[in-house]
Design a protein around this ligand. Structure first.
Ligand code: ZN
Length: 273
């Protein structure tokens, strides 16, 4: 009898769980559709999709010039869901770096005194350490980075995310170290990389760019919605013409691997006030 009750109870329970899982997936699908529609209405996305240059559109944004006047105070993941302040960023706070580049990063963030944030559900940590414990490894890496540099450490959990799902339409490759794009109203949701400002190698920049494109074009993000008419954008924010040329070369080389679903544009940043 006891066994029978158990069997009876078990079946509906597992069905309920499956249903909850399906509902969860459906809710996300709905949220993805809403977020995609919202970003399709973004003026910068529209202009880029129409073949216009981003430079002209950006200078029209009321807060654009001011976005270069803030001091950036934290190093966070490139992940567009994570933003606890004016941020500089690398995928997984640099978890994909080789040793030489890691030494360069440590020196750079020590000088800048950036607070370093680890975060929940990190895609880059998942690339570096696949499996169910990837977040643990992400936090451990980040704590060690904070320990080695003497910088402050904190964590950003999912209840603090800007959006419940990945809604990035672009990767901003910022070489100025001054562009607070994460808080710039009117700019489409974005990944950020400050790799060129930190002076990290071109080789690393390519690895990171591929990894972030992989997340954007994958099933946990807008994925198949990106196509030749609606590509994912690599947007270079450069401090001068030389940096713009060098970073554009890196970006174009990587974009060429994605069959027209990734496009490149860039601009030279306004001078500091
Ligand atoms: Zn991350």
């Amino acid at each position: 009898m006891f066994k029978e009750i158990n069997m009876f109870n078990n079946k509906p329970k597992s069905e309920t769980m499956e249903k909850e899982h399906d509902n969860h997936e459906n809710n996300h699908e709905e949220l993805f559709n809403q977020e995609w529609q919202k970003s399709q209405e973004n003026k910068i996305v529209k202009a880029l999709n129409a073949g216009e240059k981003i430079e002209e559109k950006l200078f029209e944004l009321p807060g654009f010039q001011k976005a270069f006047d803030h001091e950036l105070t934290c190093l966070e993941c490139s992940d567009g869901r994570v933003c606890s302040g004016p941020k500089m960023a690398l995928a997984g706070q640099g978890i994909l770096l080789g040793l030489e580049d890691l030494a360069i990063l440590e020196k750079a963030i020590k000088e800048k005194g950036l607070t370093i944030s680890g975060h929940e559900n990190c895609g880059a940590a998942g690339i570096a350490h696949p499996g169910e414990h990837s977040d643990y490894h992400g936090y451990e890496y980040t704590k060690e980075l904070a320990h080695n540099t003497g910088n402050a450490y904190k964590e950003v959990h999912h209840d603090e995310f800007k959006c419940a799902v990945h809604n990035e339409r672009a990767l901003v490759m910022d070489g100025t170290g001054r562009f607070d794009v994460a808080n710039l109203e009117g700019f489409p949701p974005q990944f950020i990389s400050s790799a060129s400002d930190f002076g990290l190698s071109a080789e690393y920049q390519k690895i990171e760019t591929r990894a972030l494109i992989g997340i954007a074009l994958g099933s946990h993000s807008f994925g198949e919605r990106f196509d030749k008419e609606n590509p994912f954008y690599l947007i270079i924010s450069a401090k001068d013409a030389e940096q713009l040329e060098a970073t554009t070369k890196i970006a174009e080389e990587v974009a060429a691997e994605f069959d027209g679903r990734v496009a490149v544009d860039g601009f030279i940043a306004p001078e500091a006030n």
